[in-house]
Write a protein that binds this ligand. Structure first.
Ligand code: ADQ
Length: 752
């Protein structure tokens, strides 16, 4: 790893393609701009971001230059890429291109993630090459990356890279953004077991994983849950050593660039040139990369249905179809191209006249000004992907409508349909629906067009590509402190002495202790984890000290706590905070709670109990718990992952929370936790010493609300907000004994 450092924040972008592609002809190397959404979007990003971020950014873009480069040209490509494009090329071999790019990326992941499982190929040599290329990227990055760089990895070609990089350079901040959809579990699971695990673990090497929509983020979290079983809290995945944030951050466009271009003299000239031969026919436009996911065939069929069902539009409407060559050499793509050209020919033959051609089809890439001219002159944009991560064309069309007229017809399967809700939203699989939408669009009154586009333009103006990138990067930068604090330091002898001295000189002490896993080890059945006489004695002595207020916070029900600890001079919290009881007072509910949802969930829990023999259900007043400690480990773990996933989906509309505990899955009321219960005591007095000890995720809620000076201790070695950690209940007992011993000195000094 390089170790020089500058004052600015350097961002290393890693993606499959660079903003340029090279062509090698007769020993000559030419550089040209890359087509496609990711490269276009990122290029605008780089242009628009300078001066927007709260830190001074500097960039380097690492990626494949779009062709295999012979050895003798590599140095030349490298230095031009650096000087002219702030880029660092990753050179790939012909075999990489075949098996990695054409193979795993475009014949496995692309079809699968776009819900075309029948097109997906599961070829071991593709997978091996995918692993290899991700390693090549990692090695390249390690040569240039510096400790304080922020690495932003893009898209499905590099899903193993975050983890590879994390392992080699653990402290580097890494973001990952997926530009295509992330599919639901039932689709993702079609990948062989090893691949799907490695892909998820690969992605989880990042600090932040971004998707275009909430659905994709949710599907990803669902797959992590079902396949890896890692604990999750909201949209955070809790790994052993780190927390990974998963977020929806929809990508925008450079709105102003399209809006201004549409009014420029150059574009106006282009419009006049294109419109002249079309007379006063209405224009429908479609623009995409050639790809079966874009729904081009269905779209043509929809247009055909329009002309069949509404003959009044014949001769009065022209469909301009612009298709950019893409992924040439892959059979599915070649097949679609032939099919679509046949269809264009058939429709033109069937309906066309000497002076009117229904479809004008162009198979090529066009310059920016031409593209904007086409957007600006078309009455309707027909964007009908069968599946699309986002779809920038839909956004670019709206941004190019300076007079706010024009109608966007948009597929509900495109990520952008979540934002562009004022478009005519259609199901792209249904030709009748496309035809009806076209009919509606062609007849739409001008004022309605303006009204719809005004609201969409307002959104697009606000959520630009610059803002997308800034939000994403700022999010990673903001995560830094919590990542550093993810591991507490051991309560070593020096810290323990400090704690004891502080305890000794304090007069108002609050001690908050968890029970299971903290004061006693877990037992096969909860009723077996009884407190020993010695523990009860220690708790009694600590609680009876007039300088102390001792509270036991547990997930157990109040009957169990009452039975074991009811006679002690201490406060009690049951069901993770649903019930509280101060010393010498009676139990009360912390806030109004419901429990009617429990009956609905029982049959589901019951079905999992049947699947993992020896697992069982515990019912408490305001929560239910599925225990699998004594079930077969493998079966129990698999069932717990699935159950958690099912419960999260089934309880989406009710105010409860699904919590994975130690060999348990628990459903409880949302907003009730040990943090809330702790506050009851924290606010009661001006404490000069606070000690909180717990072993579980549920105790993190308690650690979160503590003041910074409090002694918080997590039992076990897990990421935590606590300041210190201890190994197990034995260490906790020892610490408590030491505090009790100190009490003798207290009494002695009080008498002295
Ligand atoms: P793409 O599948 O490439 O992108 P899209 O988002 O529509 O799809 O972007 C295409 C880009 O190419 C647009 O910016 C458009 O202007 C440009 N383009 C299209 N046709 C052109 C032509 N004939 N000539 C010149 N330029 C043309 C992937 C995902 C998408 C996601 C983007 C960004 O598949 O779902 O929206 O990344 O994340």
């Amino acid at each position: 790893m390089a170790n020089e450092s500058h004052g600015t924040q350097r961002i290393i972008v890693a993606s499959n393609r660079l903003p340029f592609a090279i062509e090698q002809t007769d020993g000559r190397i030419d550089f040209r701009n890359s087509p496609g959404g990711v490269a276009t979007g990122l290029k605008s990003l780089l242009d628009s971001m300078l001066g927007v971020l709260p830190f001074e950014p500097d960039y380097l873009w690492v990626g494949w230059p779009g062709a295999t480069v012979s050895d003798e040209h590599r140095e030349q490509v490298q230095s031009r890429a650096r000087l002219e494009f702030r880029s660092h090329p990753v050179f790939l071999s012909a075999e990489d291109f075949e098996n990695f790019y054409q193979g795993f990326c475009n014949k496995t992941i692309w079809p699968l993630f776009h819900y075309f499982p029948a097109n997906a190929e599961y070829d071991e040599s593709y997978w091996r090459q995918y692993e290899r290329v991700n390693k090549v990227y990692c090695d390249t990055l390690l040569k240039i990356v510096r400790q304080d760089d922020l690495v932003w990895i893009h898209d499905y070609h590099l899903m193993l890279l975050p983890d590879l990089l994390r392992k080699a350079a653990p402290k580097i901040r890494i973001g990952f953004f997926l530009h295509i959809p992330f599919p639901q579990f039932e689709i993702f699971r079609l990948l062989p077991a090893l691949w799907r695990r490695e892909i998820l673990d690969g992605l989880l090497g990042a600090d932040l994983i971004g998707f275009h929509t909430h659905d994709y983020a949710k599907y990803f979290l669902g797959c992590v849950q079902r396949i890896l079983g890692y604990k999750q809290k909201f949209a955070d995945v809790m790994l052993d050593r780190r927390t990974v944030k998963v977020a929806a951050c929809p990508m925008g466009i450079d709105f102003q660039k399209f809006y201004d271009a549409a009014r420029s003299a150059e574009v106006l000239k282009e419009i006049a040139k294109f419109k002249e031969p079309l007379g006063d026919t209405k224009i429908i436009l479609s623009v995409d990369r050639q790809d079966y996911s874009k729904g081009i065939i269905h779209r043509l069929q929809g247009f055909e249905t329009l002309l069949e069902k509404h003959p009044e539009w014949r001769g009065k409407v022209t469909f301009l179809m612009l298709v950019v060559p893409s992924r040439i050499g892959i059979q599915d793509y070649e097949g679609t191209k032939n099919h679509l050209e046949e269809l264009v020919g058939r429709i033109n033959g069937k309906f066309g006249a000497i002076n009117w051609s229904p479809i004008i089809y162009q198979y090529r890439s066009v310059p920016f000004e031409t593209l904007v001219a086409l957007y600006a002159m078309s009455d309707v944009a027909l964007v009908t992907p069968l599946r699309d991560g986002m779809n920038l064309v839909a956004k670019e069309y709206i941004a190019s409508r300076t007079d706010k007229t024009g109608v966007l017809i948009l597929s509900e399967m495109a990520g952008s349909a979540k934002e562009l809700t004022d478009a005519i939203i259609i199901n792209p699989n249904h030709r009748e629906e496309i035809a009806e939408a076209l009919e509606q669009a062609l007849a739409m009154p001008r004022h309605e067009q303006i009204e719809r586009n005004r609201s969409m333009q307002t959104k697009l103006r606000r959520h630009t590509v610059g803002r997308w990138a800034t939000t994403f990067l700022e999010e990673i930068v903001a995560m830094e402190p919590s990542r550093e604090g993810a591991y507490a330091k051991p309560l070593d002898p020096a810290s323990q002495t400090g704690l004891i001295q502080h305890y000794d000189r304090s007069l108002n002490r609050l001690l908050m202790l968890d029970y299971d896993g903290t004061l006693v080890p877990f037992a096969n059945y909860p009723q077996l984890a009884k407190p020993s006489r010695q523990l009860l004695n220690s708790l009694h002595r600590l609680g009876a000290n007039p300088r102390n207020e001792l509270v036991l916070l547990s997930g157990r029900d109040k009957a169990a706590l009452e039975n074991w600890f009811g006679a002690l001079p201490i406060g009690l919290v049951a069901e993770h905070g649903a019930w509280i009881k101060e010393y010498q007072q009676s139990w009360h509910i912390i806030k109004p709670l419901r429990a009617d949802w429990k009956t609905t969930l029982f049959p589901i829990l019951q079905s999992y109990t049947d699947r993992a023999p020896a697992s069982w259900i515990e019912e408490k007043e305001f929560s239910v718990v599925w225990h699998y400690r004594v079930a077969d480990e493998e079966r129990g773990m698999l069932a717990a992952r699935e159950l958690t996933d099912d419960l999260i989906a089934l309880t989406a509309n009710i105010d409860v929370q699904v919590v994975q505990g130690n060999k348990t899955v628990e459903v409880r009321n949302a907003g009730v936790h040990k943090g809330l219960a702790s506050q009851n005591w924290l606010l009661k007095n001006l404490w000069d010493f606070i000690l909180a000890i717990g072993d579980d995720l549920t105790d993190e809620d308690m650690f979160t609300v503590l003041p910074g000076r409090a002694y918080s201790i997590r039992v076990g070695n897990r990421p935590t907000r606590a300041r210190f950690r201890l190994r197990g209940p034995d260490d906790v007992s020892q610490l408590l004994e030491t505090l009790i011993d100190g009490e003798c000195i207290e009494k002695f000094s009080a008498h002295a």
